[in-house]
Design a protein around this ligand. Sequence first.
Ligand code: ADP
Ligand code: MG
Length: 414
Amino acid sequence: MKIIVQKFGGTSVRDDESRTHAIKHIKQAISEGYKVVVVVSAMGRKGEPYATDTLLSLVGGNVSGLKPREYDLLLSCGEIISSVVFTNKLHENGITATALTGSQAGFSTNAEHTGAKILEMKCDRLLQELEEVEVVVVAGFQGAAPNGDITTIGRGGSDTSAAALGSALNADYIDIFTDVEGIMTADPRIAENARPLSVVTYTEVCNLAYQGAKVIHPRAVEIAMQAKVPIRIRSTYTEGLGTLVTSASKQNKGSDIKERPVTGIAHVSNVTQVKVFAKKDQYNLQSEVFKAMANENISVDFINISPKGVVYTVTEEMTDRALSILNSLGHDPQIERNCAKVSVVGAGMAGVPGVTSKIVTALTEKGIRILQSADSHTTIWVLVKESDLVDAVNALHDAFQLETAQLEYERDEI
Ligand code: ADP
Ligand code: MG
């Protein structure tokens, strides 16, 4: 059985018009001889009646006294509703289809509610259904714990659902349909010259996704990479094939992709910089601070350590808690709210001279202050004020000439 997995995100299933576009892609896949496993997200964005955030608002957001298992029960309904509405639309178009919840589709997870891990995929039921119908529509973002309780697998989870199914069913492709043309050189909502990439490696996309490019969840990329199933990131609203995500070893000709020093720019907003200064002769500051953060489940990022003290970042929502913990330890930290972390990502930047100096020059010329920086062999990070974010991303995009044709790789090179 030739199988393709096609995932449609929240905006792609939000209304009848979007679903009509989605159906065109499914018809195309059926005409190519595929059985189609569709994964759907909840319908629409915050404010729309059946969107995840809307369901959450029914119980006062994240702050109510509900147990995590009840949150999961509520949130899972968004995708279940979406799967049934989508199945109905397929029927209206003369396509045979069955809707399955995540659990019915075989997602067996641990019991860590709201962020459960997929333990095993048991797809017998799904495969049986696929013998009978052209399309099985699976509610994304969910599974069931060993005791049968419904679990959800974290935000961006439908991407992960699609990748797990693609991997378990050994699909030819995992198509991620969304509201942009593919993986772009930067978030098009911020970078006016951002352009779609034609072919990228799993590693490049994974790095971009971890640094905040939310077009696909990084976990989904890792799962597909392990199973060696190619991903295509495509627009629901056009006929293009989008961005092909594959492994570097698939290349027959040359090593163009590997050598691309910069693939794109990613960013994370709503970050707070925290500076804690060492007291005289204090030698255990780092371990004291990071132990305290870990004990309170506050994740820290962008850590710089020096004899004078430690500097790190936390998310905006964790700022007050971090501050009160530090105060209780007798520290008087310096806090810089409203920062953004901008990352220049590229698998081939290691050993390429001048990348850092280009970044510093580009930002300085625009009068943008770099609050902190760090680098690895694939990424250079800078922390800037949120008010400089748009200018910073655009300046870096220009500095590395990411709008030029050199980024286009013909598919037949792969
Ligand atoms: P979906 O609901 O389909 O999962 P998301 O909102 O999660 O859609 O992801 C799509 C969005 O990701 C785009 O609208 C775009 O603003 C954003 N985005 C951020 N970085 C990138 C990038 N490098 N390439 C493409 N889109 C990006
Ligand atoms: Mg998404």
